[in-house]
Design a protein around this ligand. Structure first.
Ligand SMILES: [Zn+2]
Length: 172
């Protein structure tokens, strides 16, 4: 099992920069339930992937305050966010992302940079959002099925389905 985990780990690490630009994978863990205890890959329903913003990317990214535009900012601790990603095999995937928080020296506003692969309205990656949109197209009535399969609140799936209606991609 350890060998499997190591090779799985390695293949994720090798692909991480393509999948999640600007981030490195620090570790992975398999869990039976959301926020549950770690378990063997075989028993796991969830794969947790821990990501940290790449130091070099951080240093080379010019930051400015979103409120007053000042470039006079300082680091102000770390921020951790969990977002859902598309399943890998039979595992649901949760990304645990650690990134720096900043504070403006001029106006004191605390902020952090956007995560480019995160959807701006939902706690999920852009690619999971499009995965759900496409699922809604394929089986337009089965919100419950999609919600159960991905273990995502059915209200969220419904909202995404409404996004689809607004785009006029499906007709009632
Ligand atoms: Zn400011």
């Amino acid at each position: 099992m350890d060998n499997y985990k190591n090779s799985f780990n390695l293949s994720i690490r090798n692909n991480i920069f393509d999948l999640f630009p600007g981030y490195n994978c620090t570790s992975i863990s398999f869990k039976k339930d959301k926020n549950g205890e770690e378990c063997d890959e075989f028993d796991a329903k969830y794969l947790y992937i821990y990501l940290e913003q790449d130091k070099e990317v951080e240093i080379n990214t010019p930051y400015h305050c979103p409120k007053c535009n000042s470039t006079s900012i300082r680091r102000h601790g770390l921020f951790e966010v969990e977002i859902a990603d598309t399943p890998i095999g039979d595992k649901k995937v949760i990304l645990v992302i650690t990134k720096p928080r900043y504070k403006c020296k001029e106006c004191q506003k605390a902020f952090f940079q956007d995560i480019i692969f995160k959807h701006d309205q939902y706690r999920m990656t852009n690619r999971l959002y499009y995965y759900i949109l496409n699922s809604c197209k394929k089986i337009p009535l089965s919100i419950v099925k999609i919600a159960t399969e991905l273990d995502i609140d059915r209200n969220i799936i419904s909202r995404i389905k409404n996004d689809l209606k607004e785009q006029n991609d499906i007709k009632d």
